[in-house]
Design a protein. Sequence first.
Length: 488
Amino acid sequence: MTSRMPAQRPKGRLRVDESIPPILRPLIRAYVLGYASSVAPRLLTLVPQHATKRTRNRGQSSVTQPHDSFVTSLQRILRGGLELQRFPTFCAALVGGTTLFEALVDICIFRLRGRWSDLARRRLSRWIASFVAAWLSLRLLQSKKTDSFAETKTPDADLPLSRIQKPSRYAGRTLDLTLFAATRAADVIVGELWARRRQRKLAAGQWTWFDSSISKMTDPSVFATSCAFIMWAWFYTPSALPRAYTKWVSSAAAVDARLIEALRRCREGDLRYGEETGQAGLLQSMCLDFKWPPDWGDPAVSIPFPCEIVHMGCGPNCEYHALSRFYRSFKWSMATYLPLNLVARKKNLRGVRAALLSAARSSSFLAAFITLFYYGVCLARTRVGPYVLGKHRAARQIIDAGVCVGSGCFMCGWSILLENPARRKDMALFVAPRALATLLPRRYSCDKQWRETFVFAFSTAVIFTCVRENRRRVRGVLGNVLGSVLEA
């Protein structure tokens, strides 16, 4: 076995890191990184919130109240990150446990020497150590009880009061974390198998343009499919998405809630064309606000309601509405992306130019995402759908009961082709766990929690073992972060 040279320490490594024993360095790094990632976003939102509150309260008699509130909130955020059952401790237990358990596991399987190669033994010990550490660290997070995953059921009146006050606990708090690990592990396994297949085909001279196309289109396809599930859930089952995610999508979509509710009622069967079901008031109130004829909002009279209602004041032309959506969404996106890019770039002419180009590209992607969703709805309702499914009442009901929304969901994600190819993989791996979460219950019985724990532990063991053996196989930022954290 060839000797391995010790990895050179990066020049920017702090001296305090050198004073820590090598076996404890990953644990300390993981805790600091976990603490920063959990506290920093809350601090960034705290400052503008209290600045706004201070502006509102200016001129009032109580001047110290905003400051006192800010200090109290700051202390609560900083102390909250130090609690035992929080994310920083989880990161330290996961990473530190992996490195500490590895030495112990390596001793236990030492007797395999002679039957297994040194490489196989090292991989096995790393996998087992990561599996055990992941299982125990996730159980630490799952042990924290929260009111959102508890429900007090009121039984019959003849049962004792103690039964009434006892809440039922549910699992699912860590589901997003588990799905993140599972999708990353799947990406590692599939990527490794595909790389070996590519190597064999290249050696045999059998690598074709079709194989190359699959390699290029995998990430866009994963992104588009995931976005289709996410947008469908946002439209019909928003409770399947995290609240902050739903709020952001609603802000980007800029759509009247009455229009969404009308299409939901079409799918549920409460709103039926050609029948009086008492649903006319929903869209008629919208017609009054936009100064449209009230009959447009009556499903018993208007079959279907005009596509101009979907355009929300942009006129009857679907293509003009799409261009208008792109323009408004591009401006909204640039207001977000441009400041971030300017902060991240050097303060010179070349840096400003690069920031403008990067912000414009990302804004074009997001604007195209929104535009394709809306135009997909219009294609199904007006441009293509009636000529395929028909123009009779039943066909119109089918279109507005899900076909139009499904068309928009299918189209929107392909805007990823406008993004930088280097960013597509990160974006695909970002949305894939959220798409999977829409297919699973957010809360489930605690007696099934071991299944989630096993999936997380197995997936994390795959990722950590791969990072130690071949960091490049764990794609995106995650591979670099884990590699720097796990190194001694």
